[in-house]
Design a protein around this ligand. Structure first.
Ligand code: PNW
Length: 488
């Protein structure tokens, strides 16, 4: 393997050649004998059958917010409230995927993905969240699924990706325990209708994000800033909703249907990979993710979590805890940025190492570059809870993404991000961590919540005026990864 730095390359071949797009291996060929060969050749091939996929979510791509009897969700209300989203952007049209799903499935086919993770909009199926279902609500998903299966792509379905029916919010949203039951009823109904074609359901996407950003910080729908006690209690009803939904799906779906969830457990990466810091990172993974992943995997709240909350701790019953801990068939992990951890003598047994101001991040300021996270998150989940099947249900990055007149998007930073995360994912898989698939976030640029259309996460560029889709460099990179089932 050649290992020229840009500077060495420039010294050998001249600065102009170094800056040009001439392919480096061709130029280097003459120097082959001079190139030191690595002692241990590294190949990054994934196991046969590894499921390469991509992901989206209903409100971020569908548009068509008033079609076929869809009811309003909290994101319609929030995005139409002045000052809540960047440039007042809404998901009214988004990627118009509701009408362009066939074209988007063709894009997936060209890319070569084996699987696609999408979400169902609850308020299409139950416009008021509960009660009488809307008979046309599932028509779109039926059309989309039939087209997907005809293209040979396996669907993975998320039932709640944050678009709570507004009527339920009017009655307290996740603060109202009835919402948990309404969610289970909707999940059971939808699984009954789709499980002839969908074999994997995820109840919820990122419980922590919608609880904390939506109900504590007020920056996502429904835009509330509640007290710590109220947040802990509604978090409890959200994880309860997950557990009730697991049971409802098992009761109503076709035999063999698998149920899990998609969580952004914060990956805790030992800042130095020695046994004591790895031990600390393991403790940190349980406690930092206590309010959703740990309680779901263990069926009880972490003692220190309850202690930290003190009188703000949630009220719960033993029966609720048993429901929350309903066994799942697989675990979905959304991986973005990790927390770096080191051992300490504190009660927690660890501390989070802060990042300096110079720490690199992607275009979204919160999205720090930390590829080790995709190694440690599934590794620690497996170690702690003996999980048998894991999917990386999201991983991806925002970039400034400029479309050139020639129709190119040179998102080399996203390619760099993906290459490094996939290398670390390979490290996990090669150690036997049971990661069976990877869903890149996202197939298309889409509605990035409060950031509106100002932050692009797609590997296909979307012109939101014409709805034209253009593959970015990262799509070409990912297509090669899929075709080769690996990185080299
Ligand atoms: C996830 N944060 O959200 C979601 O599941 C996607 O819908 C979203 O588009 C994607 O990641 C990219 O943001 C997050 O501020 C949104 O830390 C914000 C944060 C984390 C995750």
């Amino acid at each position: 393997m050649t290992n020229f730095s840009r500077r060495t390359f420039a010294r050998l071949f001249g600065a102009t050649a170094a800056a040009s797009s001439l392919p480096l291996p061709a130029l280097a060929a003459g120097f082959k004998d001079a190139i030191p060969q690595p002692l241990t050749p590294t190949t990054h091939h994934f196991p046969q059958g590894f499921l390469w996929g991509s992901a989206t979510a209903s409100y971020q791509v569908e548009g068509a917010v008033n079609e076929d009897g869809r009811g309003p969700s909290i994101w319609d209300t929030f995005s139409h409230t002045p000052g809540k989203t960047a440039f007042g952007d809404t998901g009214d049209v988004a990627d118009d995927h509701f009408h362009r799903y066939a074209e988007d499935i063709q894009i997936m086919k060209n890319l070569g993905v084996k699987t696609y993770r999408f979400s169902v909009a609850w308020s299409r199926v139950f416009p008021n969240g509960s009660g009488t279902p809307n008979p046309r609500g599932l028509d779109f998903y039926n059309r989309m699924l039939d087209t997907l299966l005809a293209a040979g792509i396996q669907p993975y379905c998320t039932l709640y990706h944050w678009d709570l029916p507004q009527t339920l919010q009017d009655n307290g949203g996740w603060e109202n325990r009835d919402t948990a039951q309404a969610f289970a009823d909707y999940a059971g109904y939808t699984a009954a209708h789709l499980s002839d074609r969908v074999k994997h359901f995820m109840t919820m996407n990122e419980i922590r994000t919608f609880v904390e950003l939506g109900y504590r910080d007020g920056v996502h729908a429904p835009g509330l800033k509640l007290t710590a006690a109220r947040v802990a209690q509604l978090n409890h009803y959200a994880v309860l909703g997950h557990g009730l939904a697991v049971q409802a799906i098992r009761a109503s779906a076709k035999p063999g249907t698998k149920v899990g969830l998609a969580e952004n457990a914060i990956p805790t990466a030992p800042v130095i990979e020695t046994p004591e810091h790895i031990e600390a990172a393991t403790r940190a993974y349980r406690l930092i993710n206590a309010s959703f992943l740990t309680v779901i995997m263990e069926g009880r709240y972490h003692d220190l979590y309850l202690k930290q909350l003190g009188s703000d701790a949630p009220k719960f019953t033993a029966a609720e805890m048993k429901t929350i801990g309903s066994p799942v068939d697989f675990l979905g992990l959304n991986v973005y940025n990790p927390a770096y951890i080191r051992a300490s003598n504190s009660e927690k047994g660890y501390e989070v190492v802060p990042s300096p101001a110079s720490y690199p991040h992607m275009y979204s300021p919160w999205l720090e570059f930390g590829p080790e996270g995709i190694y440690w998150s599934p590794k620690l989940a497996t170690k702690l809870w003996n999980v048998k099947e894991i999917f990386i249900t999201e991983n991806g990055a925002s970039s400034t993404d400029v479309l050139t007149p020639e129709g190119e998007v040179y998102d080399t930073d996203r390619v760099m991000f993906l290459r490094n995360y996939l290398t670390q994912l390979h490290r996990a898989v090669s150690e036997g961590v049971p990661v069976k698939g990877y869903f890149l976030w996202s197939l298309l640029d889409n509605y990035e919540w409060a950031d509106g259309y100002s932050k692009r996460f797609g590997i296909h560029y979307v012109d939101f005026t014409t709805q034209k889709r253009t593959p970015k460099l990262s799509a070409k990179f990912y297509k090669e990864v899929i075709a080769r089932n690996g990185l080299a």
